[in-house]
Design a protein around this ligand. Structure first.
Ligand code: LGS
Length: 451
């Protein structure tokens, strides 16, 4: 076997960054003429979030954006992935543009660029304008046009300053959480609505990419969450459940976007009569050339057949596994496996890891201003090594964004789970880089050599 002594490197121009999302950090959801989003509404409905937590203040990033960009610069970040709140730009979802909302993101982008930080802008990270939900939201076919209209406003304002655009963040979570199981906004529970929401998300994605080709000159892609599925046993039932779960979570969105069709398991094994026949023109709209894909990776699932509705598959907890505070197994090998799988299935499209990170029980900020979070540091280190393994196997990986820059509002879980490499004191809004941030900073400065 050949032994190599050359240190393994990340490719030239590899983008080292961190990620956030509007609803999770900004606060001031109704400031400067913004309209409400479904998340403002959902969080203010009693019983929907842990402790009744809302995004009314969050990390107050809407007022502290400048100091937050300075913080990113002090850590040496090369890229920052954030999302735009649609209802700040179009308070009614379509039609009237709210210039003040646009100005907020324009200033943010200028500030990032002045510090040499490349912006990656996500158009939709779950905070649909409430006004559009009132018109059916993702169940209304018109949403493809509404989304393209919103995207076009953003492209006209920022393309050139922003060179990497993302249409949707994790459409699977939008539909599974928002339309099937109801734990996320808008909180519906319907096997019949879910496929319609999924399909309209993909049509909206296609329409937004199409509009980008007319206005924009740079790159646009789609971000999905992928969770590799490993069969719990070799039994026929578990193997079939694993294949089903994989099609549902990992192929449901990339297949139509890139290959032009849905995996057959969706109709044949999962949704049955709830899965409509779609028109050919829909498939043509959905399948647009993508400049890159973004993959969010947190964990794997060891899958077995269960009677869960409608998937009939579930995860088995591993006796010897290590788990994060959210109960997700730490399994870096899964990231290598999935990147190799995506390369083989979708043709090695340039790929960014657009989220990866973990919530752990962090100690309080120590007197000397440190937060010791060795578990998070270890998590990041192992996952970056897994990415390097995938690069060694020929995967075209262009960058890595830690989830998350700041501790923030973890959707229905409220502020109870901290994913940040920077600690946020929600009483004073003070930011303190954790040990993991210091470690990540060194990794960036050494271009990965110190990992
Ligand atoms: O904050 C979200 C992070 C945290 O963990 C972010 O807004 C989302 O884009 C993303 O979904 N995020 C996330 N996902 C991990 C999902 C793992 C689910 C594992 C369930 C196993 C039982």
């Amino acid at each position: 076997m050949a032994v190599t002594t050359t240190p393994r490197r990340f490719p030239e121009g590899f983008l080292w960054g961190a990620a956030t999302a509007a609803h999770q950090i900004e606060g001031s959801p109704m400031a400067d003429g913004a309209g409400p989003s479904i998340w403002t509404r959902f969080a203010h409905t009693p019983g929907m979030t842990v402790n009744g937590d809302t995004g009314d203040v969050a990390c107050d990033h809407y007022n502290r954006w400048k100091e937050d960009v300075a913080l990113m610069a002090s850590l040496g970040l090369k890229a920052y992935r954030f999302s735009v709140s649609w209802s700040r730009i179009l308070p009614e979802g379509t039609g009237r543009v709210n210039q003040k909302g646009l100005d907020f993101y324009s200033r943010l982008v200028d500030e990032l660029l002045s510090k040499g930080i490349e912006p990656l802008l996500t158009l939709y990270h779950w905070d649909l304008p409430a006004a559009l939900d009132d018109r059916g939201g993702w169940l209304n076919r018109d949403i493809a046009d509404w989304f393209a209209e919103y995207g076009s406003v953003m492209y006209r304002a920022l393309d050139g300053r922003v060179k990497k655009w993302v249409t949707l963040n994790e459409p699977w979570v939008v539909t599974d959480g928002g339309y099937l199981h109801g734990a996320l906004a808008p909180g519906h529970r319907s096997k019949y609505e879910t496929p319609i929401a999924s399909h309209n998300l993909m049509r909206a994605h296609g329409a937004a990419v199409k509009a980008y080709r007319e206005i924009g000159k740079h790159e646009i892609g789609l971000v999905v969450n992928i969770e590799p599925k490993y069969a719990a046993t070799e039994s026929a039932a578990d193997l079939a459940a694993t294949k089903r779960a994989h099609a549902y979570m990992n192929e449901q969105y990339l297949d139509p976007a890139i290959l032009g069709h849905y995996p057959p398991e969706l109709k044949n094994e999962i949704f049955g009569d709830a899965w409509p026949e779609w028109a050919d023109e829909d498939y043509a709209l959905i399948k647009q050339k993508l400049d890159f894909i973004g993959i969010n990776y947190y964990t794997r699932s060891v899958t077995q057949a269960t009677d869960s509705y409608p998937l009939k598959a579930g995860a088995v907890r591993q006796k010897l596994g290590t788990y994060t505070e959210t109960g997700w197994e730490v399994f870096p090998q899964g990231l290598t496996d999935l990147l190799v799988w995506a390369k083989d299935r979708y043709g090695n499209i340039p790929t960014y890891i657009t989220e990866n990170g973990a919530a752990f029980f962090d100690p309080a900020v120590a007197e000397e201003g440190r937060v010791r979070d060795p578990l998070r540091m270890g998590y990041l280190k192992k996952h970056l090594t897994a990415i390097r393994d995938a690069i060694d196997q020929g995967c075209d990986i262009r960058g890595y964004m830690v989830w998350s820059l700041l501790d923030n509002l973890e959707w229905s879980l409220g502020y109870s789970k901290r994913f940040g490499i920077v600690h946020v004191n929600y009483g004073t809004q003070e930011r303190t880089p954790k040990d993991s941030a210091r470690w990540y900073s060194k990794a960036i400065a050494s271009h990965g050599a110190s990992i």
